[in-house]
Design a protein around this ligand. Structure first.
Ligand code: ZN
Ligand code: FE
Length: 257
């Protein structure tokens, strides 16, 4: 059995999350993306960890901004998506869909999730039951489609939805409250969703994070993973459309919301 990684999630920038993983046995310390130097450096200093790796998901500035400074301070190895390698500061190892590698003895599997950007990847730690989905899959939402097509985003999300249901999902942003308000307009009779929406309001009122989530929760309540659902289809008047068409309509409505 692999050592259980400690996971620290904390806010950065406006609404990003930074995540640090730490193996207490061998000291391996991984930052998932590097949205902002100060909060990450503070946690590392507080815990007396030296950063060994950064796993970059995509090229947006709010995910790579601190790469260069952290690398300068810790001489860490930066792993990122091959398709965006020329836009990932300090990248050492480029990886692509289907690749698997080890970090400090922990298996990491790369899943391509194009849509938000064309090259975005998710990192799956199967033995730890952890998924880092960045700006592809959010709690009750999905990323805006900046570079890809709705078809690509739909396929990316379906691949993530196929992971084991007890996988914990971390995402790049705390967007859950606005996602929840939108989700209930798409799937108003889903009792699990309405209960979750209330829970999320409470968490945010208390200043608490709504992440991580799980694959099981998202499959039950996230409309972007449920375009096949008969109640959602009936609500949208799209009973005979394809899943992809229903997904595309939900995404378009969210963009206008
Ligand atoms: Zn992004
Ligand atoms: Fe982002």
């Amino acid at each position: 059995m692999a050592t259980k990684l400690k996971v620290f999630q904390f806010p950065a920038r406006e609404d990003n999350y930074a995540v640090i993983l730490h193996d207490p046995e061998n000291g391996t310390t991984i930052s998932i993306d590097a949205p902002e130097h100060e909060p990450i450096a503070d946690v590392l200093a507080d815990k007396r960890y030296s950063l060994t790796h950064i796993l970059t998901t995509h090229h947006h500035p709010d995910h790579v901004e601190a790469n260069a400074v952290l690398k300068g301070e810790h001489d860490c190895t930066i792993i990122g998506p091959e398709a965006e390698a020329d836009r990932i500061p300090g990248i050492d190892n480029a990886v692509k869909d289907g690749d698997a590698f080890e970090v400090g003895g922990h298996r990491v599997e790369v899943i391509a999730t194009p849509g938000h950007t064309l090259g975005q990847i998710a990192y799956h730690f199967p033995d730890q039951k952890l998924l880092f989905a960045a700006d592809a899959l959010f709690a009750l939402g999905c990323g805006r489609i900046f570079e890809g097509t709705p078809r690509q985003m739909h396929e990316s999300l379906q691949r993530l939805a196929a992971l084991p249901e007890d996988t914990k999902v971390y995402a790049g942003h705390e967007y859950t409250l606005s996602n929840a308000k939108f989700a209930v307009t798409i799937d108003p009779n889903n009792e699990e969703l309405t209960a979750r929406a209330r829970e999320i309001e409470q968490l945010r009122d208390d200043g608490k994070p709504t992440l991580p989530t799980t694959i099981a929760k998202e499959k039950a309540t996230n409309p972007f993973l449920r375009p096949h659902d008969p109640a959602i289809r009936a609500n949208l008047g799209m009973e005979s459309a394809s899943d992809e068409e229903v997904f595309t309509e939900i995404r378009a409505r969210k963009d206008r919301a």
